[in-house]
Design a protein around this ligand. Structure first.
Ligand code: GLU
Ligand code: MG
Length: 438
């Protein structure tokens, strides 16, 4: 007997909880849905990552539309089963205006701001670390061929489906931590870079399911080990696609645009961290000596920096200019990639607008410096709890000014419900809760 099935398409938004939520409709309705979307509810934005609803200014009121964007479709086959089929959408008001809490709309606004201050388009690639939840691998598998071979089939399928949906697989490896892997894709321009990050995460979960495994993108599973970072590589091009990131005579190869962008990101980093590292346990990862990010410093090829100037392998000037990129390392997958990238781009654009000078890369161990030595060098230890990060966000008028009135308060209320849910738990219990969520 064949079991009847109607193919469905899921239209999705990557929300403040960093979750992918939406509704499915019969695939044959696609043309209609591309115009009209599906109904959406304002208070959904206050559903936290544990499916609890935080205090919401909207209550039961209001209606919105979630409209699929035909350019952001992900469809992949996994053998016999129905596979994965979703389309990223934008949340708009009934009048068709972008909704203030749609992360995809916020990213578009940030990218427009960057273009208006610098004539630049952003090109970005996300590097993702995750862990498989199966039995712990024996020690000695860090970057190991053994650890990789154990999941070679999984890796080959994941890379295959990434290519199937039209993204560019770059590399995949057994990372340092237990059962930890890293998947890297090639750069994409504009909003598509964040859409691609969502797609890679969903493909990872789906591939794991196909192999009866479970994947987690939680920021950290075990504080005795390393975290799962999301590193965002960024470069800039002009309207004609000419690279704008590199200048052979600039500081560490940075063009004036890149230097001011980097300075803006570092200046506002403590205030945007609540958006890019937004879970309670994100702050267990952002500690010194974990190769994550603990200070608002620029590193020249240094993996202990929040922002890193990456090496280029090219030799000829044109290819160098195209490859040259900076990497934001203070993000994790509890954040919507759209919101994370929006925050970083707003900060960078602000730095360009303020004409900030190139930051000086650090080369020493900043964790050995005391508060006055840090202050002398203009370096800030990043917030060490989500509460502290939220305080820095809501109390920075420049940063809250990038968003609509009330956005910061709604975001804080959302995150406070998450803090409350985990308040009574010890660190291990918190980590377990989050690894089931992301
Ligand atoms: N796992 C580290 C992090 O949490 C990154 C290690 C690396 O440099 O790839 O960001
Ligand atoms: Mg890595």
């Amino acid at each position: 007997m064949t079991i009847p099935k109607t193919p469905l398409i899921f239209v999705a938004t990557s929300d403040l909880a960093g979750k992918l939520r939406g509704k499915a409709f019969p695939a044959e309705q696609l043309n209609k849905r591309l115009q009209r979307g599906v109904g959406w509810t304002p208070t959904n934005v206050q559903i936290n990552c544990f499916d609890e609803i935080a205090e919401s200014p909207f209550g039961a009121l209001g209606d919105l539309l979630l409209i699929p964007d035909a350019r952001a479709e992900a469809k992949a086959e996994f053998g016999e089963d129905s596979g994965l089929h979703f389309i990223m959408g934008n949340i708009v008001t009934l009048e068709g205006e972008p909704w203030d809490f749609c992360t995809r709309g916020l990213l578009s606004a940030a990218l427009n701001r960057l273009h208006s201050v610098a004539g630049a388009h952003l090109v970005a690639a996300f590097e993702h670390e995750f862990q498989l939840k199966g039995a712990p691998q024996p020690v000695g598998q860090a970057y190991g061929h053994g650890g990789f071979s154990q999941q070679r089939d999984f890796c080959e399928t994941l890379v295959d489906v990434i290519a199937q949906i039209g993204l560019k697989p770059d590399s995949i490896m057994k990372e340092y931590g237990p059962n930890q892997y890293e998947v890297v894709i090639g750069p994409e321009q504009g909003v598509r870079a964040a859409d691609a990050a969502i797609m890679v995460r969903e493909l990872t979960y789906a591939t794991a399911r196909a192999y009866s495994e479970q994947a987690t993108y939680t920021p950290i599973r075990d504080v005795a080990s390393v975290g799962n970072g999301v590193h965002i590589h960024m470069s800039f091009v002009d309207d004609e696609g000419v690279p704008l990131t590199y200048d052979a005579n600039g500081p560490c190869g940075m063009s004036a645009l890149t230097a001011s962008f980097a300075a803006g990101v570092l200046k506002y980093l403590d205030a945007i961290l609540a958006l890019t590292a937004p879970s309670v346990i994100s702050y267990e990862r952002l500690t010194p000596h974990r190769w994550s990010a603990a200070f608002n410093n620029l590193g020249f090829r240094d993996r202990e920096a929040s922002l890193r100037i990456c090496p280029v392998t090219a030799k000829d000037p044109t290819s160098i200019a195209r490859q040259f990129n900076i990497e934001y390392r203070a993000a994790d997958a509890a954040a919507s990639p759209h919101l994370s990238l929006a925050a970083v781009v707003f900060a960078g654009a602000q730095g360009i607008e303020e004409g900030l000078a190139a930051p000086t890369p650090t080369e020493d161990d900043l964790s050995l410096l005391d508060a006055s030595e840090l202050a002398e060098r203009g370096i800030v230890r990043l917030p060490q709890t989500l509460e502290e990060a939220l305080d820095r966000f809501v109390s920075n008028p420049v940063v809250t000014g990038w968003f609509s009135d009330g956005f910061a308060q709604v975001y804080r209320a959302h995150k406070q419900s998450e803090i409350k849910k985990t308040a009574e738990l010890d660190t291990d219990a918190r980590c377990r809760l989050y690894e089931d969520t992301y």
